[in-house]
Design a protein around this ligand. Structure first.
Ligand code: F0G
Length: 456
């Protein structure tokens, strides 16, 4: 059959709430033109993030009931630990309450002044945790990853030549870690090939630099390897995932993505002495090493989710649903990141709204327009999220101005996605009428979460 269907049926539903355009105008004004400040009840289709927003399976809910809430030594922890050990091959598993808590702990130990962390592209919280430790985060994305409209199979790859030059320039001793984000969330949800992971590992090994994987969307990445990389066509997702992890010295993961959990994360590694330092911090900030900021029931849900996500029928549907929306937009001439990523559709706001200068945040304007037109919430991934100011206070823009429509896992049906396409096409028709925004208030770090705007 050609039609790829949702590989589940729906047992429990929640209502979504409709608003009129006039209501949305008032709501957006009250939210200072920042979708993060809109209440979720005022959103019709919420594509702000795929993080913590998944629908859990009946098995996961059953696991929730079986969670053992002992402070120390809970069987739920051992189930969690066993699943992650089998998946990653890494013997040490440290639970955390979410991905950024894992990052905070890891970079408190591995970061610090005058250190560098190199990456294909660091996610915003990862970069913020690196910078918070005093270290510098460096993105070395492959060239093809920088052009949204040019399709290539592995646009999340790290530029290995740039990695070698960077090591030559700075010296390996100041590079405390190399981190591959798979898939590359900030660069369009694009995958990293096995060959690239292998090459990056070889360079790291030669220079004594540990390689870590930011594994939030490892299963989506594994599916792309299976469907696009020669030699992997007949391999199971489990074996591809295990091979990906086999090149790494450690990993961090937000279980709020590919583990279908509403909360949770972990760090896994081989190095005992690093683990000792991480666990010391864990106890101060997260909790005892067998729960690390999570309830026993969360540990169960994550362990089950990590197994469910490797189901090929699920991944085929998942990747197809993102591609379906991307293709509808491409056919209508809407500028989008191509090819489709693993968890989200990324509109190219610079090409969508060429009349709006980057310092008037075209991505934010587009996100606001999608909300006003159809109650859709999305997020800017551009100069609001990653822009910096130079010494004269001028904006140093991000490499790309994207708007991400992240699709929660197992939550929306095809007609929801058809509606999203219709709204985007409507905004595309009216794109010339849109005007820029100006920031009126912003925080020093991670400003996109709380910044306030007015029309420029
Ligand atoms: N790494 C990546 C690649 C991520 O996408 C995220 C979160 C994190 C780390 C941090 O994990 O949220 O559990 O603390 N991404 C979410 C998003 C927030 O919307 O893309 P967390």
């Amino acid at each position: 059959m050609r039609t790829i269907i949702e590989p589940f049926r729906i047992k429990s539903v929640e209502p979504i709430y409709f608003t009129s355009r006039e209501e949305r105008e008032r709501i957006l004004e009250k939210a200072f033109y920042n979708p993060f400040l809109i209440r979720s009840k005022d959103v019709l289709i919420d594509l702000l993030t795929d993080s913590g927003t998944s629908a859990m399976s009946s098995n996961q809910w059953a696991g929730i009931m079986q969670g053992d809430e002992s402070y120390a030594g809970s069987p739920s922890f051992y189930r969690f630990e066993k699943t992650i050990r089998e998946l990653t091959g890494m013997p040490i598993v440290i639970p955390t309450h979410q991905g950024r808590a894992a990052e905070k702990i890891l970079f408190s130990v591995m970061g610090g002044a005058e250190k560098y962390i190199v990456s294909n592209t660091l996610f915003d919280t990862t970069r913020a945790n690196i910078e918070c430790s005093g270290a510098t985060g460096i993105d070395l994305l492959c060239e093809e990853g920088k052009y949204p409209s040019i399709p290539a199979p592995f646009k999340g790859n790290m530029d290995v030549e740039a990695l070698e030059s960077f090591i030559d320039e700075k010296g390996a001793s100041v590079i405390s870690l190399c981190m591959l984000t798979i898939t590359n969330n900030s660069g369009g949800g694009q995958p990293v090939s096995m060959q690239n992971i292998r090459e990056v590992k070889a360079i790291c090994e030669k220079n004594g630099i540990p390689l870590f994987i930011d594994a939030c969307r490892f299963a989506e990445n594994a599916y792309f390897i299976k469907s696009r990389e020669k030699g992997y066509e007949n391999r199971s997702i489990e074996s591809i995932a295990t091979e990906m992890f086999s090149f790494a010295d450690g990993c961090t993961m937000s279980a709020k993505k590919d583990a279908f959990a509403n909360i949770g994360g972990f760090i896994a590694m081989y190095d005992e002495s690093l683990a000792l330092k991480c666990r010391n911090l864990l106890i101060i900030t997260e909790g005892f090493p067998t729960y690390g900021g999570l309830a026993g029931r969360d540990l169960e849900a994550i362990a089950i989710g990590l197994e469910e996500v490797m189901d090929e029928n699920y991944l085929a549907y998942r990747i197809r649903s993102i591609e379906y929306l991307t293709n509808k937009l491409v056919e209508a001439g809407v500028p989008v990141m191509q090819p489709a990523g693993g968890h989200a559709v990324y509109l190219d706001a610079k090409a969508f709204l060429p009349q709006i200068p980057v310092d008037q945040y075209p991505g934010q304007v587009l996100a606001c327009a999608l909300y006003l037109e159809g109650g859709i919430r999305s997020v800017e991934i551009g100069s609001l999220m990653f822009g910096k100011y130079d010494n004269c206070g001028a904006l140093v823009p991000a490499a790309m101005e994207l708007v991400r429509l992240a699709i929660p896992r197992r939550v929306y049906t095809q007609s929801h996605i058809d509606y999203v396409a219709e709204v985007i096409l409507e905004v595309f028709k009216k794109r010339k009428e849109l005007k820029g925004l100006r920031i009126v208030e912003e925080a020093l770090v991670l400003r996109h979460f709380t910044a306030k705007f007015e029309w420029a």
